[in-house]
Design a protein around this ligand. Structure first.
Ligand code: 5GP
Ligand code: ZN
Length: 114
């Protein structure tokens, strides 16, 4: 999608610290980290919201989760645990409309979130 921030990061039009890239999934460091480890894991294909996915996206959604887990594991910052979050819609605080998992680790993470 031409005016999507994360599509632009995918296409190299906006710089980002990419930590993983394959045919289906990209991970990169969040520009405003909320924890010592804070990466975003996105599908290469533009999907605006988790409410837009169908069962045809099951494999892709699984891939997002696997890459997120691997990023936590390989970061060296998640030995005490980590959290994977996807915000959907305004009440959840979704601000970029290209689905993304947040991977957070490196400090105690309060529950429930705000
Ligand atoms: P959301 O609020 O939609 O769940 O998460 C969007 C995330 O994207 C936020 O954590 C925010 O810091 C991050 N973000 C916003 N703009 C940029 C950017 O230009 N580059 C990177 N790497 N992250 C961004
Ligand atoms: Zn996009």
């Amino acid at each position: 999608m031409s005016d999507c921030l994360f599509c632009k990061i995918r296409d190299g039009q906006i710089p980002a610290q990419i930590t993983h890239r394959d045919d289906h999934v990209i991970a990169f460091k969040d520009i405003g980290p909320k924890a010592p480890l804070h990466e975003l894991v996105i599908p290469t294909r533009h999907i605006a919201s988790l409410t837009d996915v169908t069962l045809a996206d099951t494999d892709l959604l699984g891939r997002l989760m696997v890459v997120a887990s691997q990023r936590a594991k390989h970061s060296g910052q998640a030995g005490n645990g980590f959290r994977i979050v996807m915000n959907a819609g305004p009440d959840a605080g979704q601000s970029v409309h290209h689905i993304h998992l947040h991977v957070l680790a490196g400090r105690p993470l309060a529950w429930p979130p705000g």
